[in-house]
Design a protein around this ligand. Structure first.
Ligand SMILES: Nc1nc2c(ncn2[C@@H]2O[C@H](COP(=O)(O)OP(=O)(O)O)[C@@H](O)[C@H]2O)c(=O)[nH]1
Ligand SMILES: [Mg+2]
Length: 307
């Protein structure tokens, strides 16, 4: 089979609803070869509810995911989960944790679980993860949840990927204030204070609330939900909060704004990734000698980019 034929066959299987085709399509995107598949399936996407869960390692993101999956499944909807491996020294442990926490859903045909490395072809979440979320949407999954460790760039990127961003924090960790400062306040739609069985849970709630008071929100003001993900306590409230936020997005028309922002972000990431690759190849070819400004100028000129 030629490559276009193979893509056609894959797209057909995907349209027929075969989970294997979804898995293979995502693998292609991870390898940086997903453009044709995404192009063929793009018009099917746009109906899924997309939820991002971010926060420091160990706060209970995967356990929350698992609880949310349960909530979604009880109303008979199909759900996809993408766990993003931060490619850090934590990564193996984190990935294993994600899989253990989600284990009860592995045999459920209405649940599609995928772990991914965040350093894909295009770098960051913007590449393969965005494609994977889009493909799950196009596959007809009703809800897509993306779990990422809040480290650096990811927080901001998750905001352009998900309609509803959940920031999970845990009491007594001391890093909550640090986390709150690092651009999180701007992107969180819902704060989860997990591990409410911890004695400092109320203090964390207060900390978050006072931070929120400093912000000037227009429209949606982030809600704070307290959970014990392990026992399932508060998960219903979290789901209710997610639904309120979704309703707000629809009623206010902000859903369209977010969709456009996401589109722009994707286009920029894809184009920037291509340019980066081309420049890298060129500079490597030159051997990397001499004045870097002049070398950059030559590389841009070779790409036909001039100011
Ligand atoms: N005490 C307590 N532990 C929890 C709770 N939720 C999750 N955990 C535990 O916290 C640890 C990290 O959870 P995990 O979901 O893997 O965190 P992640 O790294 O943010 O995905 C696991 O041992 C969980 O069992 C909770 O509500 N209370
Ligand atoms: Mg996890």
């Amino acid at each position: 089979m030629s490559e276009p034929q193979a893509i056609d066959a894959l797209v057909q299987e995907f349209r027929a609803g075969r989970p294997r085709a979804l898995a293979r399509a995502i693998t292609l995107c991870e390898a940086g070869c997903g453009a044709a598949v995404v192009a063929a399936l793009y018009d099917r996407a746009g109906t899924a509810m997309t939820i991002g869960i971010t926060g420091p390692p160990g706060v209970g993101k995967s356990t929350l995911c698992s609880g949310l999956v349960r909530s979604v499944r009880t109303v008979g909807k199909r759900v996809g989960v993408i766990s993003v491996d931060p490619s850090s020294p934590f990564s193996n442990g984190a990935l294993l944790g994600d899989r253990i926490r989600l284990a009860e859903h592995f045999t459920d045909e209405g649940v599609f679980i995928r772990s991914m490395a965040s350093r894909g072809h295009l770098g960051g979440l913007a590449g393969a993860t965005t494609d994977a979320a889009l493909l799950m949407d196009a596959f007809g999954l009703d809800v897509v949840i993306v779990e990422t460790v809040g480290a650096g760039q990811n927080e901001v990127e998750i905001a352009s990927l998900a309609q509803t961003v959940i920031v999970a924090l845990q009491p007594g960790s001391g890093d909550s204030v640090q986390v709150l400062k690092a651009g999180i306040l701007e992107i969180a739609d819902i704060f989860v204070v997990n591990k409410a069985d911890h004695p400092m849970a109320n203090q964390l709630r207060r900390e978050i609330r006072s931070m929120l008071q400093i912000m000037e929100y227009r429209g949606w003001v982030p809600e704070i939900v307290t959970t014990q993900a392990l026992s399932g306590e508060g998960i219903q409230e979290l789901w209710a909060s997610i639904e309120r936020h979704a309703a707000y997005l629809n009623e206010s028309g902000e859903v369209e704004l977010r969709r456009r922002t996401r589109f722009l972000h994707q286009v920029r990431a894809i184009a920037a990734g291509r340019i980066r690759d081309l420049i890298e190849r060129r500079v490597t070819g030159e051997g990397g000698n001499g004045d870097p400004y002049a070398a950059a100028e030559r590389a841009l000129k070779a790409l036909g980019i001039e100011e």
